[in-house]
Design a protein around this ligand. Sequence first.
Ligand code: AHG
Ligand code: MN
Ligand code: MN
Ligand code: MN
Length: 334
Amino acid sequence: MKPISLTRYLIEEQHAGRINADLRLLIEVVARACKSISIAIGKGALGGVLGEAGTGNIQGEAQKKLDVLSNDILLEANAWGGHLAGLASEEMDHSQPIPDAFQRGNYLLLFDPLDGSSNIDVNISVGTIFSVLRCPDGVTSPGDEHFLQPGSTQVCAGYTTYGPSTMLVLTVGHGTHVFTLDREVGSFMLTGRGVQIPADTKEFAVNMSNQRFWEEPMQRYVGDLLKGKEGPRGKDFNMRWVASMVADVHRIITRGGIFSYPLDSKCRDKGGKLRLMYEANPMAFIVEQAGGAASTGRQRMLDVQPTGLHQRVPVFLGSRNEVAEAVRYHHESD
Ligand code: AHG
Ligand code: MN
Ligand code: MN
Ligand code: MN
């Protein structure tokens, strides 16, 4: 049977009362912006889009040209639709309310415009991550503080992965669904409805070069994974690390696994490496909706009360029984 388009899927969700017209438009607009980003990335060196932008962001990272371009594409696409009250991004110091010249809506959009920047210049998969929140009642011109809502209040989250094919993975709180971009037609097509992450796994994803900087529970947890069949876990584990969160999470959505970016002595002062609002929370929502789990190691990710737009957190997500194991090691040490 021919897969249905994202447009048809969204209309069906609207008819079923699971999304309203504004959220439908918002998702369509983000998806369209992601198609533009996909085209820019696909041109590679021919499009003059590779390399450094020569600027930095608030996190102290050097921005790539594609970080800036992807941010601009998402900003421009979303400014005038009338569905948003404000936007926030990894690449902007502060959130931006929708300008007075445009009609304002009731949603707040947060995004990581280009995830996996370090992989752009080596032609490895990168992505875009986004999260949608409701603008608090009575707020017409939202500031950063209005975005600081726990992940459990997200109304929608998604990511696109720009790999051998461009894919969009989406949840509006009724399962996680996978769409593949038909490049000839220019439409995302539903190729995986209600995907489920296997509860158990024999695959873990972590940057092992940080091992000596980890906390004691993480040392013990990974130490036991590496002992394999002869160790307490009783099975041999495989390891993968793309260093693009979207690509690592997409593998987990597809075949299971555990992804972690734990606290280490290099990022301890910042609270972790990955950002809560536009990396950890949207991925946690997507993973939970696919039957997986997401934790900081000590707390369910979606329950974390945010304190800053660019706040960082330790991340453990994926196959739910394996995430529970990692959490158990942390609780034992506390
Ligand atoms: P971004 O490119 O949006 O700044 O995010 C990069 C993140 C994430 O995608 C990935 O999992 C992690 O950084 C990789 O970190 P290491 O280079 O330390 O492995
Ligand atoms: Mn970055
Ligand atoms: Mn990122
Ligand atoms: Mn990024």
